[in-house]
Design a protein around this ligand. Structure first.
Ligand code: SAM
Ligand code: SF4
Length: 336
């Protein structure tokens, strides 16, 4: 009681932007140690701080009740979280009821060979798979110990299960810049979309010497492919073009150099129950305490509404924004 829906039924922040997209990091752990994401000896959170699978379900379901239509599970690596498939199946009930439009994951693909069919059965239709290179040696160097063949086996299993696949590749100068045409051709050949991501300065991990502006990637691609701009919009920091020769889409995510805040419709929940209202800012709201306070969702929903009202107008790490702060969280903590 007392938790009135917003006039239009959805959660909206104080700028009137509806929050219809929730990304949930279900774990901070991962089987890889990508050089731009984690140190080799990364510390992980003690279990007591991490939400249980049941708590994640409760939290996500509260968001869905308040109008969230799209849910993405990420990490760390979501598919290494014990109980992940039970969680995906449980969240699938919101697809069946029509309360949720889409349930999707961002994964490194290493465990997909095992879980692809189960994900499809639970109602997942699309996956983002992170893959920066098609060269097994480079793949090992980037991920520190990942096996490319396993990931490719997983991607194949996902495609066979009928899942639509988008490949995410971080553009890395001197690492995969010589492969971008091959990546476009490979994705085109398999019917996968491909998104390039500009390296972000998280956690002091990213080597600035590896920064490759996507403008440069795009110019290089245009020497061989015909890119037709589309107005496809995800509400996120990506621009999309269609490759005429393959029919597949290419996305360019340039969070550092372009403002995209005005259309931002998303918030992120960490595996400890912290709600981050904006990728580029340190502030957030603790939802674990109200969640654990009572079996009734009242305190949680109050905290959630209060937090959303505080969603900032824009992020602080864009070059040229005056109040720039160094970002010390890594992507594995907040979930890409
Ligand atoms: N483990 C899963 C995966 O790799 O897809 C999900 C979590 S991962 C943190 C989400 C995305 O963030 C991946 O596509 C990864 O490449 C990207 N990422 C991590 N650190 C990054 C950085 N410093 N700059 C740009 N992208 C980064
Ligand atoms: Fe793991 Fe994904 Fe981070 Fe790589 S980017 S270390 S796969 S969480």
């Amino acid at each position: 009681m007392g938790h009135m829906a917003e006039p239009n039924g959805t959660l909206a922040d104080s700028f009137g932007r509806p929050v219809t997209y929730l990304r949930v990091s279900v774990t901070d752990r991962c089987g890889f140690r990508c050089i731009y994401c984690m140190t080799q000896d990364a510390d992980f959170l003690p279990k007591a701080k991490v939400l249980t699978v049941e708590e994640i379900d409760r939290l996500a379901s509260a968001f869905i009740r308040l109008g969230t239509r799209k849910l993405r599970l990420t990490g760390g690596e979501p598919l290494v979280r014990p109980g992940i498939m039970a969680l995906v199946r449980a969240l699938g009930r919101h697809l069946t009821s029509g309360a949720l439009d889409e349930l999707t994951l961002t994964t490194n693909g290493a465990m997909l060979f095992k879980h692809a069919a189960g994900l499809a059965d639970a109602g997942v239709r699309r996956l983002n798979v992170s893959l920066d290179t098609l060269d097994p040696h480079k793949f090992r160097a980037i991920t520190r110990w990942g096996k490319l063949a396993k990931v490719l086996e997983g991607v194949r299993a996902a495609a066979d299960a009928g899942l639509r696949i988008k490949i995410n590749a971080v553009a890395l100068k001197g690492v995969n810049d010589d492969e971008i045409h091959d990546m476009v051709a490979w994705c085109g050949g398999h019917g996968f979309d491909l998104t390039f991501i500009e390296l972000m300065p998280f956690g002091g991990l990213a080597d600035e010497g590896r920064f490759l502006p996507l403008q440069q990637v795009r110019s290089e691609l245009e020497t061989r492919w015909t890119l037709e701009d589309t107005d496809h919009c995800t509400g996120g920091p990506a621009h999309y073009a269609r490759v005429r020769e393959t029919g597949c889409r290419i996305g360019f995510i340039t969070p550092l150099t372009h403002g995209f805040c005005e259309s931002c419709n998303r918030v992120r929940l960490t595996c400890t129950g912290r709600l981050h209202l904006c990728l580029g800012r340190e502030d957030g709201a603790d939802l674990r305490t109200p969640l654990r306070l009572s079996d009734d969702d009242g305190p949680l929903i109050d905290a959630l509404r209060a937090a959303i009202r505080r969603k900032p107008g824009g992020h602080d790490f864009a070059i040229g924004r005056s109040s720039a702060v160094p970002i010390t969280r890594s992507m594995s903590a907040t979930g890409g």
